[in-house]
Ligand binder design. Structure first.
Ligand code: AKG
Ligand code: FE2
Length: 349
């Protein structure tokens, strides 16, 4: 039951006000759900407007993070993700070039620095005491006044928006409106990456400046070419990206292999679906390949993707109503196992 035609050339913009409005009718929410469902089948990306997160907070999160990345390397290193952190929840700062994108038979270093944060667990939490993988406290950045507080508020807002969007998508899939709540994704094992992409230094890139530039502007990019973030799909359910308003860098691949720009649109977030939707919908929704190339100007770029994920222990399996009479196309998977298999390969530190 594959209903997607993915030769898109643009990314739809969806007004999600009715999903947030406590006075909305089920029919009104279903109408938004149908638009989301169509975007998920045909593109895998969509912009949301009237999402309810105030622009001031969204901008403050980026501006404070920009100032944080300006701090000296030794200060940033105070919250560095080190080999030791792998035992302590995999959170922290990664310097330029320590993050990698894996390809068959190799990897490519991404040209960005970042702070990774996850759902927070105090040291005394039983899951941390028991040594559960990826469970631990967040090393919140505290050097810029108000940064931590802004990030914590922003996380709560993203959880609330993510839950609203997932209720809409559930309706679009003709599932119970609360399907993605409770033991499925009602206690999301969220991830937030705060990312700084300096402009790509083309002359320093491995295959030489002019040919590198030509390759970056063309449809195919050689693996040796340095990218801000290599081509990938996201691991979980739903990603909500807060990106700088004046830089064009995020690109989305359509079925013809063409890259479609997901440029910032003021007042919106660009959102995309991840691998877990592919499994739950038995392939009806396919996560779309995307990459980041910051070459548009000498400007650096800040983006803060928030990943709304299933609960850590959720078993994700193709839904029988989406399999019809066919056997499921994908094996079931426990979200926490999938996350570990991905995260443990992401760093060369
Ligand atoms: O920076 C962006 O726009 C998106 C980054 C991204 O795709 C990711 O971190 O998964
Ligand atoms: Fe991504």
């Amino acid at each position: 039951m594959i209903g997607n035609c993915r030769g898109f050339h643009s990314i739809p913009i969806i007004d999600v006000q009715k999903l947030r409005d406590s006075g909305s009718t089920l029919d009104e929410r279903k109408r938004v759900g149908f638009e989301l469902d169509r975007a998920c089948r045909e593109v895998g990306f969509f912009y949301v407007r009237n999402h309810g997160i105030c622009d001031d907070l969204t901008t403050r999160v980026r501006e404070m993070s920009r100032r944080w990345f300006d701090l000296p390397a030794d200060v940033k290193a105070q919250i560095a993700l080190t080999a030791d952190c792998k035992q302590k929840g995999f959170r922290g700062y990664q310097a330029l070039g320590s993050n990698v994108t894996r390809y068959d038979g190799g990897f490519q270093r991404d040209w960005h620095e970042a702070i990774d944060l996850y759902k927070h667990f105090d040291e005394s939490h039983p899951a941390v005491m028991a040594g559960l993988p990826l469970h631990g406290p967040n090393p919140w950045p505290t050097q810029i006044d108000g940064h931590r507080e802004a990030l914590e508020t922003y996380v709560q807002e993203c959880i609330s928006l993510g839950a609203d969007l997932l209720r809409g998508i559930a309706l679009g899939l003709q599932l119970d409106e609360d399907f993605f709540g409770g033991s499925n994704a009602g206690d999301p094992f969220w991830v937030m990456r705060i990312i700084h992409y300096p402009p790509l230094e083309l002359s320093a890139a491995p295959s030489g400046s002019e040919s590198t530039f030509a390759a970056l502007m063309g449809e195919e990019v050689e693996r040796s070419v340095q990218l801000s973030c290599g081509e990938h799909t996201d691991y979980g359910l739903l990603t909500i990206v807060n990106q700088d308003e004046n830089v064009s860098a995020l690109q989305v691949k359509n079925s013809a292999g063409k890259w479609v720009a997901a440029d910032p649109i003021p007042g919106t977030f660009v959102c995309n679906i991840g691998d877990m939707f592919k499994v739950w919908t038995n392939g009806l929704y396919q996560p779309t390949m995307h990459r980041v190339i910051n070459i548009s100007s000498a400007k650096r770029r800040i983006s803060v993707p928030f990943f709304y994920e299933p609960n850590f222990n959720t078993r994700v399996e193709p839904l029988s109503q989406l399999c019809g009479s066919e056997p499921p196309r994908y094996p079931g998977i426990t979200y926490g196992d999938h996350l570990q298999s991905k995260v443990f390969q992401n760093f060369e530190i």
